[in-house]
Design a binder for this molecule. Structure first.
Ligand SMILES: Nc1ncnc2c1ncn2[C@@H]1O[C@H](COP(=O)(O)OP(=O)(O)OP(=O)(O)O)[C@@H](O)[C@H]1O
Ligand SMILES: [Mg+2]
Length: 310
């Protein structure tokens, strides 16, 4: 589904450093700063599904936490609907990798948790709707300990959606799930997103996951991370992971991440970004028309054949 083009989130010149107290104790001098984000500029459209990928430790979670208002940036600002973000907002919900549902509440109590102010009948109706949306019919009275990892994650997604958020932040939400459950959850998330039209910011280190889900994939450079490229995935859903446009998008992302040539079986060196990012917002690159880049090394590529249909 094509999103409309209203800007929803506007990220302007974000830079962030953390104090490294461990390092400062070791060398006995003043605290060193760990520079995490460097002049990140990005606009997210209303209703867009945006994925953020990048090397481990580059600052993806930090970026998401700043946008969500949990961390204050050292420099720069985030605007949502034209207003500066000054702290967390209950209309915007964060879904973490670790399971965040309450073990002492049933599935339906968890899903209805954010609806305590609603009238009982309205609340029951909303909960029943989201139980159906995430396919947990029959498990309404079950407690989390009796659910699989994928089912618990679905409860968490249903609870987030039931609160009718206008933005969903997801930080590797499927990272702890097994491969097949992850594929199923991606397909379900795409279906839900197509129905609910929320703006979604989804962090992942899995390039296949990003091209399967996103309208655009933001590729971060090594730390201190900037936006190295934005790759548009203009492919209708459900997507065939083996379609040429999908392979091109995937190859473009790997190229930006430093896996440009077959046989280059290593990641770019620490501190040497694969693509020198420019200050300011980069243009969205569509995947190259010709397969100018070859496949990434086998070790970096997840199997695609099982990933059809999301
Ligand atoms: N509160 C903090 N205090 C000090 N350093 C921090 C803090 N939070 C993050 N960092 C550092 O900032 C850098 C980026 O961390 P972040 O968690 O944002 O990376 P990431 O891209 O999400 O990594 P991963 O892919 O492994 O989840 C890391 O070097 C991390 O050690
Ligand atoms: Mg992270």
């Amino acid at each position: 589904m094509a999103p409309n083009h209203q800007p929803k989130i506007d990220i302007r010149g974000l830079s962030t450093s953390f104090r490294d107290s461990r390092r400062s104790r070791r060398n006995g001098r003043g605290a060193d700063d760990v520079h995490v984000l460097r002049d990140v500029n990005l606009t997210v459209r209303e209703g867009e599904f945006l994925c953020i990928v990048g090397p481990s430790g580059c600052g993806k979670s930090t970026l998401l936490n700043i946008i969500a208002g949990f961390i204050k940036a050292t420099r720069g600002e985030v605007f949502i609907d034209g207003r500066p973000v000054t702290g967390p907002d209950p209309r915007r919900i964060f879904i973490f990798q670790e399971n965040g549902i309450f073990p002492w509440l049933t599935v339906e109590e968890n899903i209805g948790f954010g609806l305590l102010d609603a009238k009982p009948a309205e609340r029951r109706e909303t909960v029943a709707h989201y139980v159906r949306v995430v396919g947990l019919n029959g498990f309404e009275r079950a407690y989390p300990h009796a659910l699989s990892g994928g089912m618990k994650q679905r409860v968490e997604i249903a609870r987030a959606l039931a609160a009718n958020p206008d933005v969903l932040y997801m930080d590797e939400p499927f990272g702890a799930l097994d491969f097949l459950t992850r594929l199923r959850m991606r397909a379900e998330l795409v279906e839900i997103w197509q129905r609910e039209k929320k703006t979604v910011l989804f962090v992942t280190h899995d390039v296949d996951e990003s091209v399967q889900l996103a309208d655009r994939v933001v590729v971060m450079s090594q730390r201190p991370a900037a936006v190295a490229d934005i790759v548009g995935v203009d492919v209708p859903r459900p997507r065939d992971m083996d379609a040429p446009e999908m392979l091109r998008a995937r190859e473009r992302i790997f190229e930006v991440m430093g896996f440009a040539h077959a046989g280059a079986g290593h990641a770019p060196e620490e501190g040497r970004p694969a693509a020198a990012p420019e200050a300011g917002q980069p243009a969205v690159s569509q995947a190259p028309a010709a397969a100018a880049v070859s496949r990434p090394p086998v070790a970096a590529a997840a199997p695609r054949s099982a990933a059809k249909g999301a």
